[in-house]
Design a protein around this ligand. Structure first.
Ligand SMILES: Nc1ncnc2c1ncn2[C@@H]1O[C@H](COP(=O)(O)OP(=O)(O)OP(=O)(O)O)[C@@H](O)[C@H]1O
Ligand SMILES: [Mg+2]
Length: 443
């Protein structure tokens, strides 16, 4: 984990998210507190559990985005789940634990990637050797006397040089590849997460591994061999241990739509299942031990960031025990017209930049003028006010429509330059807005 200070974290978040200072501060502090916590003596460490956060705010104002960026910023394993998912028919208590299993999977992926880049030099060396042998196979096979052996060695040397010069990429070789059989194919109606962990493990052991000889060009074989060599050199037991520890100490779970499991609207039946979800969530958030296919994991120190609009309900409608586990509440603000203007241009991967880069690939220069940007922000705000307020997502729908024609015309029209100014926006969007044909944007 990078040791960023709270202020550094906020600055990094600022590169992607406009405004929402309170929420950024809260997550930055939570993250730094974990770093501080890891440096405490053992006896103290077990006493302190993370302060989980509830982000309260309307749709499309950056709740998910802040959490997602936070996770990538620190390289922490991260999963996002919708609390409402567990109210669906067919879910039973234990399934709530599947979020912890997903977190461990995310940790496994992170560490595998890390291992892969560490092991790559060794792996590449082995792969080259194997490619040389595959290329040399089918060549001369005489008695193994000294002279023949020396000749074969010379052939290998020559092949290796050609390989290094990239001259053998299209040459075909034959190798053994494993054909993966997944249980999912056999039980098409059954999701993996619904399958018992023990059963899943057993299944993988019982299924025969099938191999097949396949011919393929060197360029493709190299990738297959890299995977094979990597798997062979990877210490699976150490990987599992490390992933469990990483998930335990640095994992972040984003629990979206928490408000939807604490409402009181709807029938009695719905209430029961919502409360059920809260009850199932509680032990996980409070700290329990969950069985995963890689081993046991304690959820004591996983950081939970919950989010919800909380229009019809308040966090105080949650079960008291659950409220206690989410002591930090931050409100996200409704986005203003000025925020929209900034969101259009300021984030590192701002929407306007995305479109400009896409069209640049087709040799079209897309240029946004200040009056054009202002017009887009204005419109987005207006449409949000007069129809449904979907926050910054409105910018996505507006821009897509605004640039639909330019995106379609390139590159066949031969037009090399598109200037998006106020007139362009008026021409492409204002009509629809003026004629009250707003349904198009709501869709
Ligand atoms: N403050 C912001 N700055 C920059 N981009 C933003 C901001 N708020 C939202 N966006 C953009 O709008 C989109 C939706 O945001 P996000 O997914 O964070 O919404 P949300 O608050 O989680 O909404 P919901 O409650 O519906 O899940 C994202 O593409 C995000 O990049
Ligand atoms: Mg969201």
């Amino acid at each position: 984990m990078q040791d960023l200070t709270p202020q550094q974290i906020v600055r990094r978040l600022d590169e992607h998210i406009v405004g929402q200072a309170a929420a950024k501060r809260a997550v930055a502090v939570a993250l730094r507190n974990r770093w501080r916590w890891q440096r405490l003596p053992d006896d103290l460490r077990t006493e302190i559990t993370p302060k989980n956060i509830i982000m309260i705010g309307p749709t499309g104002v950056g709740k998910t985005e802040i959490t997602r960026r936070l996770a990538t910023l620190t390289g922490a394993p991260f999963v996002k789940v919708e609390a409402t998912k567990y109210t669906e028919v067919g879910y039973v208590g234990r399934d709530v634990e599947s979020m912890i299993r997903d977190l461990v999977e995310a940790a496994i992926q992170l560490i595998r990637q890390q291992r892969r880049s560490e092991l790559m030099p060794q792996v590449e060396q082995r792969v080259e050797q194997r490619l040389v042998e595959l290329l040399a196979a089918g060549g001369e096979t005489g008695p193994a006397d000294g002279e023949a052996e020396a000749r074969r060695e010379r052939v290998r040397d020559r092949l290796r040089e050609m390989l290094r010069r990239g001259e053998m990429e299209d040459r075909e070789v034959e190798l053994r590849v494993e054909q993966r059989q997944t249980p999912v194919q056999m039980f098409p109606n059954m999701g993996m997460e619904q399958m018992d962990v023990g059963f899943q493990n057993l299944f993988e052991k019982v299924m025969p591994r099938q191999h097949a000889q396949r011919r393929m060009p060197v360029r493709e074989a190299r990738r297959v061999l890299q995977d094979q060599e990597f798997e062979a050199q990877l210490d699976k037991a150490a990987l599992a241990d490390e992933a469990l520890r990483l998930a335990e100490r640095q994992g972040i779970i984003f629990l979206d739509e928490l408000d939807k499991v604490c409402g009181s609207e709807g029938g009695k039946q719905a209430d029961v299942s919502r409360e059920g979800v809260q009850r199932d969530l509680l032990p996980i958030v409070e700290g329990t031990t969950v069985q995963t296919r890689y081993g046991l994991i304690s959820t004591n120190h996983i950081l939970f960031i919950a989010a919800g609009a909380f229009h019809r309900s308040r966090p105080s409608d949650l079960m008291p025990e659950l409220q206690g586990r989410f002591p930090i509440r931050v409100e996200l603000q409704d986005l203003t017209r000025d925020d929209f203007l900034r969101i259009l241009t300021e984030p590192t991967s701002a929407l306007t930049r995305q479109y400009a880069e896409l069209l640049a690939v087709d040799g079209v220069q897309l240029e946004f003028h200040p009056d054009g940007l202002a017009a887009i922000a204005d419109l987005a705000w207006q449409v949000n006010q007069s129809t449904q307020n979907i926050g910054a997502r409105r910018l996505h729908t507006l821009l897509e429509r605004l640039l639909e024609e330019a995106s379609y015309a390139a590159p066949d029209s031969g037009q090399k330059h598109v200037a998006v100014d106020a007139a362009y926006v008026a021409h492409h969007l204002a009509e629809a807005v003026k004629t009250d044909d707003l349904s198009k944007f709501i869709l």
